[in-house]
Structure formats: structure tokens, C-alpha cells
Write a protein that binds this ligand. Structure first.
Ligand code: GLV
Length: 330
């Protein structure tokens, strides 16, 4: 009998078709985010689980699903998965790095530009029918070319955004990260490592790309915003919770900084109502990786991992992007 797997959310039919070649597949046609008790119910008897960045996988779920052997996510961020608990339960976990790096960097850059040049704010003005004449300073924003980009979190996506800024727009790049890049990578990007305070004080455009964890919770709050230039922009494409959304709304309202671009929110898909009423912000619903080819590649990588983790296909036993491959070598 084929092993049983659960696909927790709707996904490309070709991804499900590949899984059906090897597994008994249960899908979630309604595409609702199942509350954990329902996810646990659906998982009974399943060996594998295909997830997104939304499903919470923790010790409670793992204790209740003793047949589970693999949890494979099509997201790169995995703060929704307790990886040590999975390891302790002998469950392989994988995420989907690399395939979304350039697409996500494109979007981060787009949000930063839109915030700097006030694209959303001016479009709303136009749509309201308020555009009656040209004026010398109408929606005058700040330049991106030649400005200083501050990157908080210099992983793969941070580096891809920094390259765009330095090589394409002549930006000066400063960054802060847990660890420094090697000198060769710093030189290619022309990036300078600085402490967090310098980053906040010197950046014209701050881009946040750090993974969410207890250590990065509210890394940017009222005190940090107060250190930034009043002309600065802030872009968050990392995770909700890295920025204190209430403090950001307050800072935007009082022009502590000039504008912001957010693709991620605390408690999403709910959005702090205060953010919806400030004009100087660009808001998008967590879509930075969402180009069709990239979303297909992310789903396909999760399928590769699930097949490999459950011992079928060309990578059997070696999931390409496992986060705890030691589970399989035990
Ligand atoms: C998106 O946020 C992802 O983690 O893939």
C-alpha cells in the first residue's frame, strides 16, 4: 500500500499529481487554514505533510500524530515549525530556500522604491479624483539611486537586494547581521558591515530581511524608529513581528520616518488597523515570492523533499533542503 500524505493547502495540480504517483494523497479543496485540532485529525495515519508558512507544527501536533515522518514546506521561512521538536520525534523537516531568492529580492526592491517614491499614496490621491493640477512638490519623495541602503539581515535574500541596489542603482550599502559576510562577498556587493545603531542612523532606505525568532521579535520598535532619519523609508519583507506594527504606524503618522513598505504583518492575515489609516505606506498581502514560476518552483521543491524523505524518487533518503537531515541518518 502507498504511504499516505496530506497536502494542507491548495497547490498547483502538477505538484499534487507528482505526489499521487507515489502516495495516497489527501488535499484540502476548501483551502482553509485548518485550526490545529482539524490538522491533527486530518493527519491521522499520514506519513507525510506538505505545508506552507502558515501551519503551526509543534510538540502537541507531533505527539498526536505518531505516524508522521516528514513535514515539507514550500516556504523558506520556517518559524511556524518547531524543528527541534520534529527532530526529537524523528520527523524530517524541509523548507524551500534558493528558488525564491531573486523573485523575493525583486519584490523587496519594488516595495522600497514604491515607498520612496510614494507610489501607493499618490495612486490613492489620483483614484479619489483629487488630481486637479501640477504642483512643484507634488508627492516629492526621496531618491533611491545613489542613496544609502541599510540591510538588516544579510542572508541570501538580503544579499540579492543589496546587489540590486549597489550594482543597478549606485547605492551605498551598509548592513547588519548576526555574522559578517566574507571579504570577497562584501567587496562584490560593496557592502560595509556596521552595528545596528549605525545602520538605523545612516540608512536612507532600511530593508528588513531577518528570519523571525524570539530574538528578532520587535527588533524595530519605537526606539529604533526614533533613531532613523525623518526622510528614511522602512521595508519589511521578512516576517510580521520583527517590526512593532503599532509603533511603526505611530512613527509614520508623526513623520518620524517618511514612509514604509510592508509585505508581512503581526498576526497576518489581520492587519493592525492603525497601519490602514496612515497614508505614507505601501501594503501588500505577503506576496514577495509570488511570481508564477517561483511559486511553482517552491511547490516542486517541497514535493522533491517529501518524496525523498519518504524514500522514493531520485533523491530517496536525501531530501535536497532538509533542515534536520540527521533524522534520516540515524
Ligand atoms: C515567505 O515568506 C516564505 O517564507 O517563503
Amino acid at each position: 500500500m502507498k504511504p499516505a500524505v496530506l497536502v494542507a493547502r491548495n497547490v498547483f495540480p502538477e505538484a499534487v499529481a507528482r505526489l499521487r504517483e507515489h502516495f495516497e494523497v489527501t488535499t484540502n479543496e476548501a483551502d482553509t487554514l485548518w485550526p490545529q485540532p482539524e490538522l491533527i485529525r486530518q493527519l491521522q495515519g499520514k506519513a507525510g505533510l506538505f505545508i506552507t508558512g502558515s501551519e503551526k507544527i509543534d510538540g502537541v501536533l507531533l505527539d498526536a500524530c505518531p505516524n508522521l515522518r516528514a513535514v515539507c514546506s514550500m516556504a523558506v521561512g520556517y518559524n511556524n515549525v518547531d524543528v527541534p521538536a520534529c527532530t526529537a520525534h524523528g520527523v524530517v523537516v524541509s523548507n524551500a530556500p534558493d528558488v525564491l531568492t531573486e523573485t523575493t529580492a525583486d519584490f523587496g526592491f519594488a516595495l522600497m522604491m514604491a515607498a520612496a517614491r510614494r507610489v501607493t499614496e499618490s495612486e490613492h490621491f489620483l483614484r479619489r479624483g483629487e488630481w486637479t493640477k501640477w504642483s512643484f512638490d507634488m508627492f516629492a519623495g526621496s531618491d533611491v539611486h545613489g542613496a544609502t541602503m541599510g540591510v538588516l539581515g544579510m542572508g541570501r535574500i538580503g544579499q540579492a537586494i543589496a546587489r540590486r541596489g549597489a550594482l543597478g542603482f549606485g547605492m551605498k550599502v551598509i548592513y547588519h547581521n548576526r555574522s559578517r559576510l566574507n571579504e570577497a562577498d562584501e567587496a562584490t556587493i560593496g557592502a560595509r558591515y556596521v552595528d545596528k545603531a549605525t545602520l538605523l542612523k545612516e540608512a536612507d532606505h532600511l530593508v528588513i530581511v531577518v528570519p523571525y525568532s524570539a530574538a528578532s521579535h520587535h527588533l524595530i520598535g519605537a526606539a529604533e524608529l526614533a533613531m532613523m532619519k525623518p526622510t528614511a523609508t522602512l521595508t519589511n519583507i521578512a516576517r510580521g513581528g520583527v517590526v512593532d506594527d503599532a509603533a511603526l504606524a505611530e512613527a509614520l503618522r508623526h513623520h518620524v520616518i517618511a514612509s514604509a513598505g510592508l509585505d508581512v504583518f503581526e498576526g497576518e492575515p489581520s492587519v493592525n488597523p492603525a497601519l490602514l489609516t496612515v497614508p505614507n505606506i505601501v501594503l501588500t498581502p505577503h506576496i514577495a515570492s509570488s511570481s508564477l514560476p517561483t511559486r511553482r518552483a517552491m511547490a516542486s521543491l517541497a514535493v522533491d523533499n517529501l518524496m525523498a524523505a519518504l524514500g522514493v524518487g531520485p533523491n530517496a533518503g536525501k531530501p535536497p533542503t532538509a533542515l534536520n537531515p540527521e533524522v534520516l541518518s540515524k
